[in-house]
Design a binder for this molecule. Sequence first.
Ligand code: NAP
Length: 248
Amino acid sequence: MPVMIVTGASRGIGAATARIAAANGWDVCINYLSDRASAESVAADVRAAGRRALIAQADVADEHAICRMFRVVDEELGRVSALVNNAAFTGSGRRRVDQMKAADVNAVLSANVTGTIVCSREAILRMSTQHGGQGGAIVNVSSASSRIGAPNLWMDYAASKGAVDALTFGLAAEVAADGIRVNAVRPGLIDTDIHQKTGIADRLERTVKNIPMKRAGTAEEVGEAIVWLASPAASYVSGSILDIAGGR
Ligand code: NAP
């Protein structure tokens, strides 16, 4: 069975992706940072769909932890054929650039940019036909903030997602001849826990009025697109970024 690693799969978009992937025939590695109970609940749903599930705690900002996770996947599930770089760190609270500290910015970049690169490297080493692999797919989870910039909110996070967009284009070209497709989804406002970290209690309600569809999206609406991009049905799609933002 094909094996997918989803980073940040205990909650939100990652959890929905893991469940939809299982329904579409994937065995799934459910990575998480600290919420083991939620990861176990996702794993139970994957198994209920008849697929194998592996739970892997690893901070995507920690290179050694990432390498360990990929080795455990090799041993327990077999060679990975899809990676979803979904885990991300927003930083805490809303902030302006004139308040930012370098260490806090680096923490955001470390998880979102370096983490995406290191996870992709480990996946490429296993998927690439140049390394004896059979090809595969990488799907990055960017954000509409890469186009909007998130002023007065979390511009460092938005900048990290701009980097994810650039990585999607560059990596797609770099590994196309290795049998690996690389794409991204760029969600707009999606109803998940992530918004609690802004410190604006009613952020979802306030932002909805700027969205042409006048509603937030669901994690499942993003997960469906991720699983499609990872699947053979998207076999000629690479270097694409799919906006999932209700027309925003
Ligand atoms: P969420 O509901 O807050 O879930 C975040 C997930 O990532 C959790 O499973 C969390 O694990 C995990 N995680 C966080 N930091 C991690 C780290 N350093 N290492 C490993 N796992 C980590 O977030 P979400 O809204 O689903 O966001 C998922 C992705 O969508 C992110 O890339 C985000 O930037 C992007 N996005 C979201 C929105 C939106 O409106 N929700 C919009 C645009 C883009 P624990 O459960 O263990 O904490």
